[in-house]
Design a protein around this ligand. Structure first.
Ligand code: FES
Ligand code: FE
Length: 453
């Protein structure tokens, strides 16, 4: 273990230690040093519209109940009885004012207070105080409908944890006037492989598109915004911009620009929102600041990571087989990658849609998301999961364990984007591991702190 972490200290040159991807000792340290000390996305306020609504989710390696109280606030409670540790709530969602333990019947209010103990008067010592046995509560902050929580007392406030990423989250939400909702229930799947493998992919991996997803491109079942005609005539191309933050968050945005241009248009006089109905474009523009318009306009794809284990992707699709006349339609998926153990990851997926769009558009957007990025998705997720499983199959042999991995794609080659509207260091380089380096740099910082305890 010590050797694994020592090798990790050489991160500035970015060789990656393979043990980080299969060793349960590393995972145990991650739970204590990375997950416990970070804010994690648990879900969305629109999943809990009414008082008493609850969800069961994971915060690090703990099961938690996320509950909405009578005042509209949220509680995040350890889903483990204070008497013997029994899992309190077995349903994944529902509505309840109380949770009654199935073993001896201790009952907790949905804000975590112990309110009922069978035989308390006759069989417990006089000085037994219910308030000493409330459920542990995590810190929780709901930011614009995103519910984040942390077990850490030391972690800075969520806004500080988000850092520069907050500007990008605001820009993505303000695109549609800030009114988004989760469409349909979240989906889940279990991936064979370490949680960082899939998270690093979402942070900024444009490099795998041409090989891993080659078949999807060749079959023409991926939307082609360059040929769509919405963005005018002339020769167009896609450029990629990468933004990695010191907190480990990352954004990679792809823009459709006139061929040969190596930056965003300096002023957008004719904003275009690829994959959204033309009728709402004007409304979208009015809802944003000029800087946000420059970030969102002509954006074909944007994806990234909120450190440590949340990820997002917004992209357009069309041409589902049998539905060739469907217009290019955007979907926005948010995901969480929770380690089950060092070699298996539970992925949860939510589709977010602008509240103001009609039901047909929302359903189409959800269908495109489910088709490509879900347990039953036939496009990207299946291609990616196959490679992630092959990583897991080959990474841990006696010899393989000693061979470092590489993270140097684009190192020192990105050029700053002039007048980029968002904060942080934005680099133009379509194929780069700039963002993955930001992710692993933050991960290594937290893991190294663990070596000093
Ligand atoms: Fe919950 Fe005993 S374990 S009441
Ligand atoms: Fe992929």
């Amino acid at each position: 273990m010590a050797e694994a972490l020592r090798r990790q200290e050489s991160l500035p040159g970015f060789p990656l230690d393979r043990r980080a991807f299969f060793d349960d000792v590393v995972l145990d340290r991650e739970f204590r040093q990375v997950f416990k000390e970070s804010w994690q996305l648990l879900g969305f306020a629109s999943e809990l519209p009414d008082p008493g609504d609850y969800l069961v989710r994971r915060l690090g390696n703990d099961s938690v109940i996320v509950a909405r109280d009578e005042q509209g606030g949220f509680s995040v409670l350890l889903n483990s009885c204070s008497h013997r540790g029994t899992q309190l709530c077995r349903a994944t969602f529902g509505n309840a004012a109380h949770f009654r333990c199935s073993y001896h019947g201790w009952t907790f209010a949905n804000d975590g207070r112990l309110v009922g103990v069978p035989s308390i008067r006759s069989n417990y010592p006089k000085d037994f105080r219910k308030q000493d046995h409330d459920l542990p509560r995590a810190r929780v902050t709901c930011y614009r409908g995103f519910i984040f929580a942390t077990w850490s007392d030391q972690a800075p406030p969520l806004e500080e944890h988000l850092g520069d990423f907050r500007w990008y989250l605001d820009a993505m939400l303000d695109l549609a006037g800030g009114e988004w909702e989760v469409y349909g229930p979240p989906q889940r799947s279990v991936m064979k492989g370490n949680w960082k493998v899939v998270t690093d992919n979402f942070a900024g991996d444009g490099y795998h598109m041409g090989t891993t997803h080659q078949a999807a491109f060749e079959q023409g079942i991926y939307g082609d915004s360059l040929a769509d005609g919405t963005l005018g005539k002339g020769e167009l191309e896609l450029i990629g911009i990468n933004i990695g933050t010191p907190q480990g968050h990352a954004v990679r945005a792809g823009y459709v620009v006139q061929k040969g241009r190596r930056t965003l248009p300096s002023t957008v006089t004719d904003p275009a929102y690829i994959g959204y109905p033309r009728e709402v474009w004007e409304q979208f523009t009015a809802a944003q600041t000029p800087e946000q318009v420059r970030f969102n306009s002509h954006c074909e794809v944007v994806h990234g990571v909120v450190f440590p284990n949340a990820a997002f992707l917004s992209v357009s699709h069309d041409r589902a087989i049998g539905r060739e006349n469907d217009p290019l339609t955007k979907y926005v998926v948010w995901r969480v990658h929770n380690p089950i153990d060092a070699r298996r990851t539970e992925c949860t997926y939510w589709t977010l849609v602008p509240r103001q769009l009609d039901e047909d558009w929302k359903r189409r957007s959800y269908a495109f998301q489910a088709r490509s990025q879900s347990a039953g998705g036939i496009l990207f997720e299946m291609d990616d999961f196959e490679n992630f499983a092959r990583i897991d199959a080959a990474i841990s042999g006696t010899v393989a364990d000693t061979a470092p991995l590489d993270l140097s794609l684009g190192l020192g080659l990105g050029t700053p984007v002039p007048d980029f509207p968002g904060p942080g260091r934005a680099e133009y380089l379509t194929l780069s591991e700039h963002n993955q380096r930001a992710f692993y740099r933050r991960w290594a910082e937290l893991m190294e702190e663990g070596t000093r305890d």
